[in-house]
Design a binder for this molecule. Structure first.
Ligand code: DX5
Ligand code: ZN
Length: 214
């Protein structure tokens, strides 16, 4: 599996140290952008992303937890983001158009759902989206407990993608640790996001390795 540590759990007073560590051990760098409206929290925005972009040696994976995500695609492409995901709940009928816009800007497009959205609501975008992001906690905060029903949601989505003969990566985000990474891989996950379990570890590089090899 690929490991995408979430910068949300980094030490913001020592970001350059943590970015060096991610450049060494991460597959993707997961960047959680929150607007205080789509989710009841505010994280960081373009000032942080723009500072990070020139020093990030791994693909930037931007998870937009914002209303009107389409406002930011162009700017994200200009700063060199590789993967951009937005919530189905925020995009609604604009979902297919958003996917196209992200792809036309040369980035990979992902559609995200919170744990209370039926996984079938992603099915219309199989064959269109490059990846799907299944939240295994409710978006908004790091450090929450993994919701076990997420395993079944990943397995059902993986089965449907396979049944249709399509390609799509499945990413899982929230409460991921060494204890659930193996089951997630078996369920069909390709990429795991991990905030607390990497950054709060005594050995973050070892934690990333353990997730990758789970
Ligand atoms: C939650 C974010 C996650 C979060 C993951 O809204 O989307 O990416 O940072 O953090 P952990 O791994 O601590 O649950
Ligand atoms: Zn995230």
């Amino acid at each position: 599996m690929l490991v995408a540590p979430s910068l949300l759990a980094a030490d913001f007073l020592n970001l350059s140290k943590d970015v060096r560590m991610l450049n060494e051990g991460a597959d993707w760098i997961h960047l959680d952008v929150m607007d205080g409206t789509f989710v009841p929290n505010i994280s960081f925005g373009f000032s942080v992303l723009e500072a990070l972009a020139p020093v990030a040696a791994r693909p930037m994976d931007v998870h937009l937890m914002v209303v009107h995500p389409e406002r930011w695609f162009k700017r994200l492409s200009e700063l060199g983001a590789s993967y951009v995901s937005f919530h189905l709940e925020a995009a609604g009928r604009r979902t297919a158009a958003n996917i196209r816009e992200i792809q036309e800007l040369g980035m990979k497009a992902g559609v995200v759902i919170n744990p209370d959205v039926p996984v079938q609501r992603l099915y219309p975008y199989i064959g269109k989206a490059d990846f799907f992001l299944i939240m295994s906690v409710f978006a908004g905060f790091g450090g929450q407990k993994f919701i076990y029903e997420s395993l079944d949601r990943v397995a059902r989505l993986r089965a449907e993608v396979t049944r249709r003969g399509c390609q799509a990566m499945i990413e899982v985000d929230g409460g991921v640790s060494a204890s659930n990474a193996g089951p997630l891989r078996e369920a069909g996950a390709d990429v795991v996001v991990a905030g607390s379990s990497v950054f709060k570890s005594q050995d973050p590089l070892g934690a990333m390795r353990a997730l990758r090899e789970a």
